[in-house]
Structures are given as structure tokens and as C-alpha cells.
Design a binder for this molecule. Structure first.
Ligand code: P70
Length: 470
């Protein structure tokens, strides 16, 4: 009798397999151009994956931002867009969805996350103040700096070590925070900028215990906590999975409890909330709300649409409800983990533990022969595209930018290339193709010589920088 050699993923791991809680109704064809054409496209893009045309990309793992597949319900909701300038019915539905799900009192829609970051930074930061936070995010920190603030990293040390297995590498180091408060004085602290699943650390979560303790510490000094809720649903999943006492709580319950320890939040709805465009700002304080609601009309649009159309608001309201279904969150995070497990099994260096939205390849250990000023993470992104048409994103020295005082590169400890998984878009077979391509590039790693930056924009340089091959 023939012996079976094929095993499902579940069988390989000694458990029953899981599957996505949806089926596909509409498909979008993919295009894979030849290696020669990819080489040409790469040179034209100055080796920067942000400058590639998407039609030249095969599997697009640049970002999970605005790249999710909407459900049939969301698309049906788009037809119910009330495109009134003021007081659109869809706004009230969105307002209620955010109040019910995240628990904040007042809501302001914005065109995307950075629109909300801009408003909160302008209103809550005075020139010369410090903004402590659990690792920087590019757009967040820039808005804080443009408002006259200085970001100070107060994440636990473990977060800067790609191999450390701490289950909550997004946690705030409370003694680092208290030291800054004592050194600078309460008046010099604008607020604490707290992010759920810390993007630049590899999608690492914050524990409930940590946010509770943070609340107690901030109450002691009367300091506010604002949450970057962009991937907070994924953070809730890790709490459910890893933290004592939360196994039997739903994602919805965990999310709401977490938010209750904060004073407000900004959101890039293009991630967790399953829409292609949108964002919001939420706040409990009545006076601040009035101020923010006034400012939104200057930069985004009237306070009931914030730069979006009625149909966008409707899709977001429906997306919020879908985003907190336990089966959805589980299949989303488990798909990311599946790719991570393959790479780990093959000895390919990546940030551990695998986070919520992406695999972060450790370009430092990938290219041990390349110094950081040869842009190892950008090199890896370019090599991957060349090998298979898979698009990834640099999250290392180019992203970190320059020190505003000295003008030198910031040299972050983490030099990473992100394989970001859009929600509800790719299948397990796509993950297999990606994994094999990473492996091929790894086997060929000694032939890479790195890159030289030949064009550098002033703000958020990684988006438009150009490189040449060394
Ligand atoms: C990404 C995207 C956006 C983002 C985020 C967190 C934790 C705020 C925002 C801003 C897009 C991106 C942005 C800058 C550099 C590269 C990519 N992250 N907070 O791919 O929201 O984009 O809606 O203005 O992750 O990680 P928005």
C-alpha cells in the first residue's frame, strides 16, 4: 500500500487545520513579468519598492494599509452612501460603531491616520514638550516634531532585540517613563503616545497589565495617554492568546477594556477597520473635542465627513463590526504566523515572536557582510522583487531618517524588511511562493553588495529616496 507523504498544515503541527471564515466572490488577476523586465523596473524605481508601479508587482506585501479586501456587506453599504455635505446618515452610523466598539465619547473622521495624527499633535503638543512613546512610528513622530515636540522612546529594551522572545515586546518601560517625567517635570510632557501592536518593533503587542500600570503611573502625574489604535484589534488577539485571565474573553471585550485605560485614540482605519481609505480621532474630553472639531474643518473637511465620502464612512462602520469577529482576527494572525513558521524552520533570520500584521526579516543577520550604511533592508527588498516580483518594505536606516540636530543617519538597532500581509487578500499558496522566494534570496545572500542613496527627500525620505547598486 502506498504510504502517504503529504500532510496538511494542521497535521504537520499535530492539530486540526483552520480555514478562513469566508469564501471568495470576486477575483483580481495577478501579473508576473519576466526577470529581465523586473530588473528594468527596479532600476527605474531607483531600487525603492515604493517607486515601483503596482502592475509590475506579482504579490504585493508592501503594506497592509488600505489593501484589504472588503466584504460583500461593505460593498453593499457603499451603495447606501449619503453624500450630503453635512450630517450624513453614514457619519452617525460610524460614530456609533466607534463608540460601541472602542468606547470613546467623541468622534472626528479624518481622511486617514496621519490626518488624525496631525490634529491631535497640533492641539496637544506645546513647543519644547516631550512625547514619550513605545517606539516611534514614522508619520506619528513627524507630526509630533512638526508641532514642536520631541519624541522619546520608552519601550522596553527587549523590543530593540529582534531575537528576544518576550511575549509583550510592545510594553512601556515604566521606569524609563517615570525618569523622564521626573527629569523634565510634568509640564514638559505633552502626553504618552501609546501604540497597540508596535509596527516598527515587528507588530509586537502591549499587555493589559502594562496599560493598566501605565494608567496608574500617568494618573499620579496627571498625564494623558493617547492610543494609536491602528492595529489594536491584533493586539487584543495576543492578549487573548497570551495573558492570564483573558482566554475566555472575546476580542471585542479585550479591545474595549484596553481602550478604557486611555484618554483618546487616533486611527488609520486602512488597517484593522478593513477599508481602503479612512481614519478617525476619538476623545473623551469635551473641551478638547470642541477644539479638534474646529481644527478638522481647516485641514480635512466638515466634522461629519473629514475628507471622506459618505460611502467611505459606511464601509468603515461595517468594517469595524467585521474586524472584531474572533474568527476573522484569528485567521488573519495565523496566516502571518504560517509564513513565519516556514521561514523559521528554514533558519531564515526574522523578528521573533511573529507579530500581527507582517514578517520582519532581520536584514542585519541576513546580510552579515553589509554595514548599515549600505542599506541592507532596502537591498533585501530589492533582491526579493528581482527574484519573484514580491514587493516588501524597508524598515531600517532609511525609514529612521536623520537626527534633526546632528543631521546624521539615526542608525536604528532594528534593520528590517517587512513582508506585510493584507487582510483577506492572499491564500496559503501565495504564502508558499513568498517563502520559497525569501529562501532563494537567502541562499544567494553572499552575492549582494548593498546600495548607495543618490536622492534623499527632506521629509519621510524612505517613500521617495533613490538608490544605485554598489
Ligand atoms: C504601513 C502604513 C501607517 C500607520 C501606522 C501606525 C502604527 C499610523 C499610521 C499612519 C503606511 C505607512 C506609513 C508610513 C510609512 C510607511 C507606510 N502605516 N500609525 O504600511 O496612518 O497611513 O493611514 O496615514 O502603521 O505601516 P495612514
Amino acid at each position: 500500500m502506498a504510504r502517504s507523504i503529504l500532510h496538511t498544515m494542521g497535521q504537520q503541527l499535530g492539530r486540526r487545520s483552520w480555514a478562513e471564515p469566508w469564501k471568495i466572490k470576486m477575483v483580481e488577476p495577478l501579473r508576473l513579468i519576466s526577470r529581465d523586465e523586473r530588473q528594468k523596473a527596479l532600476v527605474e524605481a531607483g531600487y525603492n519598492t515604493f517607486l515601483l508601479r503596482s502592475e509590475d508587482v506579482y504579490i504585493d506585501l508592501l503594506t497592509d494599509s488600505g489593501t484589504s479586501a472588503m466584504s460583500d456587506r461593505q460593498w453593499a453599504g457603499m451603495m447606501l452612501g449619503d453624500e450630503a455635505y453635512a450630517g450624513s446618515r453614514n457619519f452617525y452610523k460610524l460614530e456609533k460603531a466607534i463608540q460601541d466598539t472602542y468606547g470613546y465619547k467623541h468622534i472626528i473622521p479624518t481622511h486617514q491616520g496621519r490626518g488624525a495624527e496631525h490634529l491631535i499633535s497640533q492641539v496637544e503638543i506645546k513647543k519644547g514638550q516631550f512625547v514619550p512613546g513605545n517606539m516611534y512610528f514614522t508619520t506619528t513622530r513627524l507630526h509630533q516634531e512638526l508641532a514642536g515636540g520631541t519624541f522619546v522612546d520608552v519601550i522596553i529594551d527587549e523590543a530593540h532585540d529582534a531575537q528576544n522572545e518576550h511575549p509583550f515586546k510592545g510594553n512601556v518601560d515604566l521606569s524609563k517613563l517615570e525618569n523622564i517625567i521626573k527629569k523634565e517635570g510634568t509640564d514638559k510632557i505633552a502626553y504618552v503616545s501609546l501604540a497597540g501592536t508596535v509596527n516598527m518593533a515587528g507588530g509586537q503587542p502591549v499587555s493589559m497589565e502594562n496599560v493598566k500600570a501605565l494608567r496608574t503611573l500617568c494618573d499620579k502625574y496627571a498625564i494623558k495617554i493617547y492610543l494609536d489604535a491602528t492595529r489594536m484589534v491584533e493586539n487584543a488577539f495576543f492578549i487573548q492568546e497570551r495573558e492570564l485571565g483573558y482566554k475566555d474573553k472575546t476580542i471585542a471585550q479585550i479591545l474595549k477594556e484596553f481602550c478604557s485605560y486611555t484618554d483618546g485614540a487616533w486611527m488609520s482605519a486602512k488597517k484593522d477597520n478593513l477599508v481602503n481609505i479612512g481614519g478617525w480621532l476619538a476623545i473623551n474630553d469635551e473641551d478638547l473635542f470642541q477644539e479638534l472639531r474646529n481644527l478638522v474643518v481647516v485641514y480635512e473637511g466638515l466634522h461629519t465627513y473629514g475628507g471622506l465620502s459618505g460611502r467611505d464612512l459606511e464601509a468603515m462602520a461595517i468594517g469595524i463590526a467585521e474586524s472584531i469577529e474572533d474568527g476573522h482576527v484569528r485567521s488573519r494572525v495565523e496566516q502571518v504566523r504560517y509564513l513565519g513558521q516556514l521561514l523559521e524552520e528554514w533558519g531564515i533570520p526574522a523578528v521573533r515572536p511573529v507579530g500581527g500584521h507582517a514578517i520582519f526579516l532581520d536584514a542585519r543577520r541576513f546580510y552579515e557582510h553589509l554595514s548599515q550604511d549600505k542599506f541592507p533592508a532596502q537591498t533585501l527588498a530589492a533582491e526579493l522583487y528581482l527574484d519573484s516580483g514580491v514587493r516588501s518594505m524597508e524598515r531600517g536606516i532609511a525609514s529612521a531618517g536623520r537626527d534633526p540636530k546632528t543631521g546624521d543617519h539615526k542608525y536604528p538597532r532594528l534593520e528590517l524588511t517587512r513582508l506585510t500581509i493584507p487582510r483577506r487578500v492572499y491564500t496559503q499558496a501565495h504564502m508558499d511562493v513568498v517563502a520559497e522566494s525569501v529562501n532563494a534570496v537567502y541562499e544567494n545572500r553572499n552575492n549582494s553588495r548593498g546600495l548607495k542613496m543618490v536622492f534623499e527627500p527632506k521629509y519621510l525620505r524612505f517613500f521617495q529616496a533613490r538608490y544605485e547598486s554598489l
